[in-house]
Design a binder for this molecule. Structure first.
Ligand code: C2E
Ligand code: MG
Ligand code: MG
Length: 698
């Protein structure tokens, strides 16, 4: 049971997965990829920023601290209104520039000086590689008498961080500001100036500005590393983008292809059963379809297998394809659908407003199907289940799989090759009963729930007990006493009838032995042996073995074979009957005249008894035709050396008529109903029949 639950769970999960697969929109994977890409890019950017900050801050942080100390000390020296104590600067050994309030250079040290006014007209000392203000330059020229080259420099200013960049690679920064990448780029333009000098400035309390050149600088290696890092990051991002686009398109295509294959039926070249389930569900639950009624149909191309047998599989499949196209052409593509499931089965969803419309729709589909092949008049049948009407919420709970199964059950209930059947409660009850019988049959046989009832047969002239028929009853603790009509046909279909026949033969043979041992006068007892059983080659020896095992004399056992069995393999039937007779058993033909019995079969079968079917004695006897047939059958049997038993005799007139016609035995309610063994045993002892039976048998 647990195993079965596991399997059920597995199937359910797989079904859900398949259903979800279609719903799994591609955009979801796109979103996922984009999110991943953004995440990845952010990580790269964060890594880059961290790396840069490490390069810059690490190398200059200690120098910056020194500069802060210098600014503090020089600033303190101006606190009491005096001018900056430049000896402090000399002590540290840094290049510096001190600018006055008007940005005039008050003092400077080192090879370079500084023009703080940000003007583009700065002058460059090519010999010393420094900047001078105009005034200073004039002073210099005056003092040294040398000519200085004046260079017009591009000056960039970063307004946010107050950083100025000069093309020759000098970089100045305000204290606390961060070296910008742009500065590094501009520095790179002038290779001669590596390592790149870093300047920081601070406004002193007296209004002057002190700019210090840091001793620690960004090295060429740092810059190359940074450049490489940036380059690789860009390459990486580019590669990532390309990979992302490729993988995304591949994934979308793969997904499309997979869903296409998953929902493709190669015969109809269209929708398969799975698609039917998924799309069908959407159709019946769509809000705009709420006012419509829906029906699920199982359409079956009944002649498919025969057509394949007579032609070829390929032609058969081509015909299925035509069926699909013909049916589809009859449907509204927005609200209805058709698919091909297995072999000749087509699940359909139809809409309708009134039930009469539905019948009309189906008939129209059927009539259009008659035209699919001019050379053949194909048969189709359909099972239909109507879904709950217009209750949108209720429809949501519908499992199309279950509904289609009901439509299939309705279709299977159609006897012939064509027709339309609607699913109803009776079908469910029948199926449930079938299921119950299957479930309980083995247990019933083991627990001996099957009981043998005996229906006596009397001589109509002498009222003498001449025999009896053993008839099965199922005395179930769950369902009470069940008559054979409710389970014998089921067992005949599923083959369990062989077990039943063995069971009955065994019990009857046992009873005969018992009665003989008790000194009773035992009459021949007939046992029904199913047609399905009769086709077994060793049936006669099986019966012989049972009789011998139980110790029943063969001549007291009669084997009743129903008339329909005579349509089976005649030769083997003759062989079995002959063999049975050679063992001394009596063989009778049951229900003679009920089906399309062939008188011809009587010619070849060495039968002992003809049991005239009860139907001759039911209903009307128009113009005495039944009587004519019965009396002729009795005469015929007599000519063939066979005895006759009339079944189903309920009234005295019939008894009188049969007595007059020379019928040997009568089996019917007039004399006795089938009765339990104990009751029958009394009759065995008692001998003659009561005038009319009022027993409690069944
Ligand atoms: P059958 O072999 O033709 O049995 C005769 C049926 O007619 C019995 O029905 C019996 O109760 C019924 N019957 C007899 N006299 C009258 C009468 O006067 N009026 C009416 N209305 N019915 C009468 P039962 O017992 O329901 O059996 C039905 C069928 O089930 C049998 O038809 C037989 O084909 C099958 N069957 C019964 N028992 C067995 C069995 O043990 N093995 C096999 N293979 N089939 C069995
Ligand atoms: Mg019978
Ligand atoms: Mg019968």
């Amino acid at each position: 049971m647990t195993g079965s639950t596991d399997i059920q769970e597995k199937i359910r999960k797989k079904k859900d997965k398949a259903i979800k697969l279609r719903k799994d929109r591609t955009w979801l994977s796109i979103v996922l990829y984009v999110v991943l890409f953004i995440l990845f890019s952010t990580l790269v950017a964060a890594g880059l920023a961290a790396f840069l900050s490490f390069l810059t801050m690490d190398s200059i942080s200690s120098e910056t601290k020194t500069a802060v100390r210098i600014f503090d000390q020089v600033g303190d020296s101006t606190a009491d209104g005096g001018s900056a104590d430049l000896s402090i600067l000399e002590g540290y050994g840094h290049d510096y520039v001190l600018l006055g309030k008007g940005n005039n250079v008050i003092a400077s040290s080192g090879k370079t000086t500084w023009n703080r006014n940000g003007s583009i007209s700065v002058f460059f000392d090519t010999n010393n590689g420094g900047f001078y203000s105009k005034a200073e330059l004039k002073e210099l020229e005056k003092d040294s008498g040398e000519k200085y080259e004046t260079v017009e420099l591009e000056c960039y200013s970063d307004t946010e961080s107050d950083v100025f960049f000069f093309e020759d690679g000098e970089v100045s920064v305000r204290l606390g500001s961060i070296v910008s990448i742009r500065g590094i780029f501009s520095a790179l333009n002038e290779e001669k100036d590596f390592p790149v000098p870093l300047w920081i400035s601070e406004d002193l309390p007296d209004g002057s500005t002190l700019i210090i050149k840091l001793n620690s600088v960004l090295t060429y290696k740092d810059l190359v590393l940074t450049m490489l890092f940036i380059l690789f990051s860009l390459l990486f991002a580019l590669l990532g983008t390309i990979l992302f686009v490729i993988s995304l398109t591949t994934r979308i295509r793969a997904h499309r292809r997979m869903t296409h294959l998953l929902f493709l039926d190669y015969i109809s070249d269209n929708h398969n059963w799975l698609y039917f389930m998924v799309r069908g569900r959407t159709l019946i639950t769509k809000r705009k379809n709420a006012s419509r009624n829906f029906a699920v149909v199982n359409l079956v191309f009944s002649d498919y297998r025969n057509y394949v047998l007579c032609h070829s599989l390929e032609e058969g499949e081509a015909m299925l394809h035509r069926v699909y196209l013909t049916v589809s052409a009859e449907l509204d593509p927005d609200t209805e659908m058709c698919a091909h499931s297995t072999s000749s089965n087509f699940p359909l969803i139809l809409t309708y407003f009134k039930k009469a419309d539905l019948n009309e729709r189906l008939e129209k589909i059927f009539s259009s199907l008659t035209g699919i092949d001019t050379d053949h008049a194909f048969s189709f049948k359909a099972g239909v289940i109507t879904l709950p009407s217009s209750f949108h919420k209720k429809r949501k709970d519908i499992d199309l799989d279950v509904e289609y199964n009901k439509a299939c059950t309705a279709c299977a209930s159609i006897e012939g090759k064509s027709g339309i059947a609607f699913f109803n409660r009776t079908l469910v009850e029948e199926q449930q009963w079938l299921d119950t019988v299957h479930e309980h049959r083995q247990g019933a046989i083991e627990n001996e729930e099957f009981k043998v009832y005996y229906q006596p047969k009397y001589d109509p002239r002498t009222n003498e007990l001449k025999g009896a028929e053993a008839l099965i009853r199922w005395d179930s603790p769950d369902f009470g006493l069940v008559s054979p009509g409710r389970f014998i046909p089921i067992f005949e279909k599923d083959g369990f009838i062989k077990e039943i026949d063995h069971y009955m033969l065994t019990h009857v043979a046992r009873d005969i032995r018992k009665w003989l041992d008790e000194g009773k006068t035992v009459v021949p007892i007939s046992v029904n042996v199913s047609r399905a059983h009769f086709i077994e080659a060793d049936l006669a020896s099986q019966i012989r073995d049972i009789a011998d095992r139980e110790g029943a004399p063969h001549e007291l056992l009669e084997i009743e074979l129903t008339e329909s069995a005579f349509f089976d393999d005649k030769n083997s039937l003759v062989e079995t009957i002959t063999e049975l007779k050679s063992y001394g058993f009596v063989v009778s033909m049951d229900d003679f005249g009920s089906g399309y019995s062939s008188l011809n079969s009587l010619k070849d079968m060495p039968l002992d008894i003809l049991k005239i079917d009860a139907d001759f004695f039911r209903g009307g006897n128009a113009d005495g035709r039944s009587e004519i047939i019965v009396s002729e059958a009795i005469r015929l049997a007599g000519c063939l050396n066979m005895k006759t038993v009339a079944e189903g005799i309920e009234v005295k007139d019939q008894v009188d008529f049969l007595a007059k016609e020379g019928c040997d035995m009568i089996q019917g309610y007039y004399f006795a109903k089938p009765m339990p063994k104990e009751e029958f045993e009394e009759r065995l002892s008692g001998g003659d029949a009561p005038e009319e039976d009022h027993s409690s048998g069944m």
